[in-house]
Ligand binder design. Structure first.
Ligand code: PLP
Length: 411
């Protein structure tokens, strides 16, 4: 039960990189009465959703929707396409990539972890969590696999634990340059509907996504977008699967239905989210996120703090990881900011816990929401005794003022 004894006035600032704030329009849509998921109304809803969601993935091929969090859709991607003991190449760019690799191991796959090594002074001998997928190393590794034993290359598009967005088209080129038949599987759980993603154009075989990030829904539904090759491979893949099996889902999805009870009210929310996102236009959605990210980075740079992503070419439009100075526990700082300003920031995950915090700038946000978020961070940093080089809020204000949002017509 939530503690309702103390209800702070005003809105809570949920600035973690997902779940992101759910717009009132979506909350209202989800409050409609639950309907019969085998009835005619549902079929119409399901057909519409399963058609329109393809536009968000930029695919012509089937998308399946699970009543599960993103982790379930990770498992579905592996279980539908692989056989026990299959070698898989898991590229570790951060905590979520490492969790997906751990899952593959638990499922009985033979995982090989590939990563940028070194050049992070703090973790010199560990996989580098400050850079994107090293496509050149993927190519080298696949070229060396002359017998084509590796069955899949798994990468995270937007690494939510660090704020690094990898170049998926470059990974596709690397696989093609090696002439290797491995499937390309991409986790775009926090990328979809915030960062540019092109399933068909980039030749992705299986994409994994979730509801609680760019789609602006509560957690609870997740997705696999498929390629014809992934569907063909699934016919002979031997990993045990039932709940996650694509065949029945794709078959029943043609008429808009599911093999089991779907999350009806979350699907109402998805319908509203698609109205919002497709109505705005995906290019506009991506540009909005890039602009916010640049404003937030201007703030972090003005504070004089390092950004977790060390390569400007792969800065995330979705979130920014901020490294705290030595001796400043990022989790204590987050706690202080939460208590004083009712603002939630993302924790450092895995090996960077306590060393950094994450500012989410995705979904239902705007310039002033982000300026307030940065003000909360700035006050918290000062209260924690951090000597700031300058005002991040001023820098972000200057950035947002100098770069009007594309939809704003300046008279
Ligand atoms: N992958 C990425 C990139 C994520 O950001 C998350 C969650 O934040 C997950 C996987 C796991 O998804 P879930 O927590 O919805 O199961």
């Amino acid at each position: 039960m939530l503690n309702l004894d103390h209800h702070p006035s005003g809105r809570h600032f949920l600035q973690i990189p997902g779940p992101s704030p759910v717009p009132d329009r979506i909350l209202r849509a989800m409050s409609l009465p639950t309907i019969d998921h085998r009835g005619p109304e549902f079929g119409a809803l399901g057909r519409d959703l399963l058609t329109r969601i393809k536009q968000v993935f930029k695919t012509q091929h089937p998308v399946v929707i699970y009543p599960a969090s993103g982790t379930g859709a990770w498992e579905a991607a592996l279980a539908n396409t692989l056989s026990p003991g299959d070698p898989v190449l898991m590229v570790e760019t951060g905590h979520f990539a490492s969790l997906w690799a751990r899952m593959a191991g638990k499922l009985g796959l033979q995982t090989e972890v590939l990563a940028h090594q070194g050049d992070d002074p703090e973790f010199p001998s560990a996989p580098n969590w400050r850079r994107g997928v090293p496509a050149d190393r993927v190519e080298q590794r696949l070229k060396a696999d002359r017998g084509h034993s590796i069955k899949a290359v798994c990468v995270v598009h937007n690494e939510t634990s660090t704020g690094v967005t990898s170049d998926i088209a470059a990974v596709r080129r690397a696989i093609d340059a090696a002439g290797h038949p491995a499937l390309l599987m991409v986790d775009t759980i926090s990328g979809l509907a915030s960062a540019d993603y092109r399933h068909d154009e980039w030749g992705v075989d299986v994409a994994v996504s979730g509801s609680q990030k760019g789609l602006m829904l509560p957690p609870g539904i997740s997705f696999n977008a498929l390629s014809p090759k992934a569907l063909a491979v699934a016919r002979t893949a031997k990993m045990p699967r039932s709940f996650w099996a694509w065949d029945e889902m794709v078959e029943m999805g043609r008429d808009g239905y599911f093999p089991y009870t779907p999350s009806t009210n979350l699907l109402y929310g998805l319908s509203e989210a698609l109205d919002m996102l497709l109505g705005e236009g995906l290019d506009q959605v991506f540009a909005r996120h890039q602009r916010w990210a640049a404003g937030v980075r201007a703030a972090v740079q003005a504070w004089g703090l390092p950004i977790q992503c060390a390569d400007p070419a792969v800065y995330s439009p979705v979130l920014t990881g901020v490294i705290t100075p030595p001796g400043v526990d990022a989790d204590k700082l987050r706690q202080l900011i939460h208590q004083r300003f009712d603002l939630s920031l993302g924790t450092g995950l895995g090996k960077v816990k306590g060393r950094m915090f994450r500012i989410g700038h995705l979904g239902d946000s705007n310039d002033l929401t982000l300026l307030a978020t940065l003000a909360g961070c700035e006050m918290g940093l000062q209260l924690a005794g951090v000597q700031l080089a300058g005002s991040g809020v001023q820098a972000a204000m200057a950035h947002f003022s100098a770069h009007p949002a594309p939809h704003v017509r300046v008279a």
